[in-house]
Design a protein around this ligand. Structure first.
Ligand SMILES: NC(=O)c1ccc[n+]([C@@H]2O[C@H](COP(=O)([O-])OP(=O)(O)OC[C@H]3O[C@@H](n4cnc5c(N)ncnc54)[C@H](O)[C@@H]3O)[C@@H](O)[C@H]2O)c1
Length: 350
């Protein structure tokens, strides 16, 4: 067990700890005086210690709904969890978001620890305090800020993850390499591609820690997303969400869409004279070298622009894109339809 760093989010300090096994989590929790309820899904049950109180949810985004919260709260009440209790969520971003949300409202808030088991959850969903679930067909419509007491990085758990899910997380890591204040993560990704693609544990752990530290720097400066600093973490996501909508949310995985969206945001930055060409080229090459298809063409322009118009980051009826001025320096800028068309490789106006 190794304490990697602590992340300060308002008054809460989230300890980020690397563990080699679930037993090390039990050891670290040994001094916790209240009751503990574990939450996992059908694929991550194997990472929950035997003989513990546990809620097993169905897997996938479809489970990110109110009934799952009700199931967790029901089990918490039945197991006699008090305000001094703790929920330990073991799973991908879905289980982490659900477990943390339930903890944020149970008896007006109990403690939560997260054991992210997908790469995406390790580098993204586990740190920053955002919790939530989907409602009325809208993703994360309901949520709270409730940072974890502990985030346990069990890199071993990535060995059972399927390739598509691993690549989902790599998309976010490649994004963090651009947002990082220095190019250490980018260089590490360039120099260790083989080991990272073959999921060498030591190399993955280094990548996860470096990537988490990038997320830490943004969330610590803007714990409740009110200062515009955390917006940078949406780099590529405006394009990505629109692509996912065109692909009817099934044709493209989130990670593939993010990788494609990041490259489009780099191109948009270059054409707006914001992003230096060598910076954009380096990162596009890095993303391509990890096998992401960044040449996907948008088949349904009408739907793509409709999805852009509904983008969450729309303020004062303008969609603002995250553009990069260079390593770790972003700005939010609207783009005209012509600019977006040019980036997508279309000519003429829709
Ligand atoms: N709170 C945040 O800041 C934040 C940030 C990013 C994403 N998210 C949320 O995260 C969710 C996506 O997370 P995700 O991509 O991890 O998806 P997920 O939680 O659905 O996990 C993907 C699949 O992998 C399985 N799985 C998880 N760990 C496994 C393992 N070690 N071995 C085998 N199978 C495993 C799951 O059962 C599931 O089928 C979205 O709902 C998104 O809104 C939250």
């Amino acid at each position: 067990m190794k304490h990697l760093f602590s992340c300060a989010l308002g008054s809460r300090l989230s300890r980020v700890i690397s563990v080699a096994s679930v037993n090390e989590i039990l050891e670290d929790q040994g001094s916790w005086m209240g009751k503990i309820l574990w939450v996992c899904d059908e694929h991550t049950r194997m990472y929950v210690p035997e003989g513990t109180d546990c809620v097993v949810l169905p897997s996938g985004e479809g489970a990110k709904r109110w009934d799952s919260i009700e199931t967790i709260l029901g089990k918490a009440a039945a197991s006699g969890l008090g305000r001094d209790g703790k929920i330990i969520a073991v799973g991908g971003g879905v289980v982490c978001d659900l477990g943390a949300f339930a903890a944020s409202i149970f008896m007006r808030g109990c403690a939560v620890s997260l054991v992210p088991t997908t790469l995406l959850a390790m580098v993204d969903a586990s740190l920053g305090g955002k919790t939530g679930f989907d409602l009325f067909g809208m993703k994360n419509l309901v949520g709270t800020f409730h940072p974890a007491h502990e985030v346990y990085i069990l890199a071993q758990s990535l060995r059972t993850l399927d390739d598509a899910e691993y690549r989902n997380g790599l998309g976010e890591v490649l994004k963090h390499a651009i947002l990082s204040e220095d190019d250490r993560l980018a260089t590490y990704l360039e120099e260790n591609r083989g080991k990272l693609l073959s999921r060498d544990i030591v190399s993955m752990e280094r990548m996860i820690v470096d990537s988490l530290k990038v997320k830490q720097s943004y969330v610590e400066s803007d714990p409740t997303e009110t200062k515009g600093i955390r917006d940078a973490l949406n780099l590529g996501h405006t394009f990505a969400h629109a692509l996912e909508s065109v692909g009817n949310l099934t044709r493209f995985s989130h990670g593939e869409a993010v990788a494609w969206g990041v490259v489009k945001a780099l191109h948009a930055g270059v054409s707006s004279h914001v992003t230096p060409v060598p910076f954009a080229t380096r990162h596009e090459e890095l993303i391509r070298s990890y096998g992401f298809d960044v040449d996907v063409t948008v088949s349904d322009r009408g739907r793509f622009f409709e999805a852009l118009r509904h983008d969450k980051k729309k303020r004062a009826s303008q969609v603002r894109f995250v553009l990069m001025e260079g390593q770790g320096r972003h700005l939010l800028q609207p783009l005209t339809q012509q600019q977006v068309m040019a980036v997508l490789g279309f000519s003429g106006v829709e």
